[in-house]
Design a protein around this ligand. Sequence first.
Ligand code: GLC
Length: 430
Amino acid sequence: MKTRTTRALRCSATLAASGLLLTACGSSGSDSGQSGTASFEGRGPITYVAGKDTTGTVQPMLDRWNKLHPKEKVTFIQLPTDADAQRQQMIQNAETKSDAYTVLSVDVVWTSEFAAHQWIDLLPEQRFPLARMLKPVVETAKYRGGLYAVPASSDGGMLYYRTDLLKKAGISRPPTTWAQLTADCPKARKLPEAKDMSCYAGQFQKYEGLTVNFSEAVNSAGGAVTDANGKPDVDTPAAKKGLDFLVGSVKDGTIPREAITYQEEDGRQAFQSGKLLFLRNWPYVYSLAGKSEIAGKYAVAPLPGLNGPGSSSLGGHNMALSSYARNKATALDFIKFMTSEETTATFLKDASLAPPYAGLYDDTALVKQYPYLPVLKESILHAVPRPRVVQYGDVTSAIQREAYAALTGTKSSAQALKDLQKDLQQSAAQ
Ligand code: GLC
């Protein structure tokens, strides 16, 4: 075991010296550490640890498992909704080598870090139907070519908009560029029922959601956070255009001031209660908004960009097995259950979560319920991954710090990008 940790960390250190490589330390699979595969033994009670379930669909699924496995029951441990807080608690659990957490719902951006530290086990690939899943989604669960988690739900950012108000204002289709979005708002606000509404919100609080939204703005302007080789490349005119869209939108009120405090749930509430015309959010909002006062009055479109449709950051959650857990045989079966096509189809039907299985996006009945599925599939296939690095915690803190400084006006966009480039280079060199 020790050899594996040392090798993995040494590997990331070598990488660090050469820059923030996107796929840390090769993904050929030739040295995937298969010899380190844990023995999955022990049956009995387990826990499932994930961010707070805002959809209300997780416990019913666990009840289904518990009914089938009365001697191997799973208990749901819900962490905060904030992705950074979830990461902190999972790391704390691992650092104390606690067996309190068994199966972890890990954000796609934590795979390299958790795997390199051996906080999660290398999993037997052949036990999961990965070939039927979207390829970029499976990649999010791999580190050094080995499978360290199994895709459970993917995520692609989408633009939610008020169909009723746009139509009434004479706008025939949703905006594909930022300029159109900015111009659509005053038109819609001329309607008496929209005069007090705000224009646009995303996730701009200082946490992982800001890393997502900042990266999307940069990528949607033709820039990048890291180049094709994984090296920091954010101090560019294109990246500045992306950040300037966000900063300019806060200044001119397109993004309301209070949206700087928004995480996913705050934006969803504002959109559902009729306070927002446009919202950048994940697919889970689609189903919940359908049960709100704006039911039947919204739709989704691809994210807009500088000169045409933008690109989303690749989000999502995978199921990993804590290295310090007990009852790993049960845990493996539970991961299989939670990531099966049947379970993920249920989460799609009941909670509009993006499934990892390619086929579900073309299923006629599902597309009838969720007409945006083909668009979402494309968005996921072309989504830009956040840096896949062991030192992801440092990378995301630097992005959050600099993007927030620019949004709140403490730094110019140019200075923030310059400082960010330096921070990213420094963290790569550690
Ligand atoms: C969603 C995404 C995840 C992302 C997070 C940011 O949960 O699935 O990948 O990091 O939002 O808030």
